[in-house]
Design a protein around this ligand. Structure first.
Ligand code: ATR
Length: 277
């Protein structure tokens, strides 16, 4: 019998998760269905409970429900580190909420792009949910230092404090505003702000991109102003499509115990995007 999975969000029409999971299923021969479900903003819990009753085996959770999901189920360490849940496995007892975003970013940077994080100077721009979700996994890779830079200093400082209160204070972690970057250089710069959505440039100097720097935008689907700037500054540029597919592969592995190949799926979605543009 076909096992049912879904992604729940609001909005959800843009989600690439159904295409990705159907491609994984086709590739691995796993008998699953996967659909996108729009939940009312105040109806996440009701929607999840209904899916459990209907025999669904698991769900992905996306904006804006990742934090609500965190409070509804028992959580894995990865979810606790992120303070958010993006993957729920209904098959066990208790039902577990996990988070595969961090591992998705690490797999894309380290395996797909071949860049080690250990020993590197890392700049994480943004202090919202997307940044917080990847902070801990990045620090676990032992960068030489990690600076959180955010438009609103308070939020960057709070993110730092929250992390250090839960973890080893020896981590080389700093927090600054975006205009405090004039004299600093980084080997890996990650844009975890939502500026790509609004086509807004970040007020950052070109000098932050060190020689051979990787500039990574967690957004995908088009060239953001951040990516364009980094390209001009001579950085190697990547968007977040690889992260999206890698986090999905980890969710697929949690549910099915089978690890799909991600490269063909990344290439397929990239080709679909090229056709559209
Ligand atoms: P997400 O869940 O995608 O992280 P979020 O929690 O709303 O969304 O966080 C959005 C992030 O993008 C924040 O770091 C925000 O900066 P502020 O904390 O100062 O609001 C950042 N951001 C959004 N628009 C921005 C802009 N025009 N310039 C700089 N940073 C911006």
């Amino acid at each position: 019998m076909t096992d049912k999975y879904a992604v729940i969000g609001n909005p959800i029409g843009h989600s690439k998760s159904p295409i990705i999971h159907k491609a994984f299923a086709h590739q691995t021969g796993e008998d699953i269905s996967y659909e996108a479900i729009l939940a009312p903003l105040d109806g996440f819990e009701v929607t999840v409970q209904a899916l459990i009753v209907q025999g669904y085996k698991g769900v992905n959770v996306t904006v804006p429900f990742k934090f609500e999901a965190y409070h509804l189920f028992t959580t894995t360490n990865r979810a606790i580190d992120a303070g958010a849940v993006n993957t729920i496995d209904f098959s066990g007892s208790p039902i577990y909420g996990d988070n595969t975003d961090g591992v998705g970013l690490l797999s894309d940077i380290q395996q797909n792009l071949g860049i080690t994080i250990s020993g590197k100077r890392v700049l994480l721009i943004g202090a919202g949910g997307a940044a917080e979700g990847v902070l801990h996994p990045l620090l676990n890779q032992s960068p030489a230092k990690l600076l959180i830079a955010n438009r609103t200093l308070d939020k960057a400082q709070n993110m730092k404090k929250k992390f250090l209160s839960k973890n080893n204070p020896a981590f080389i972690l700093e927090a600054k505003t975006l205009d405090g970057l004039a004299d600093a250089q980084f080997d890996i710069v990650i844009n975890a702000t939502s500026t790509g959505l609004t086509d807004t440039a970040l007020p950052i100097p070109n000098s932050i991109f060190a020689k051979n720097c990787l500039a990574y935008d967690m957004m995908y689907g088009r060239e953001t102003p951040f990516m364009a700037q980094a390209r001009v500054a001579g950085a190697q540029v990547a968007d977040g499509l690889g992260m999206l597919v890698e986090q999905a592969a980890e969710a697929f592995y949690i549910w099915r115990g089978v690890r799909p190949e991600t490269q063909p799926v990344i290439q397929m979605i990239r080709a679909l995007q090229m056709e559209k543009s």
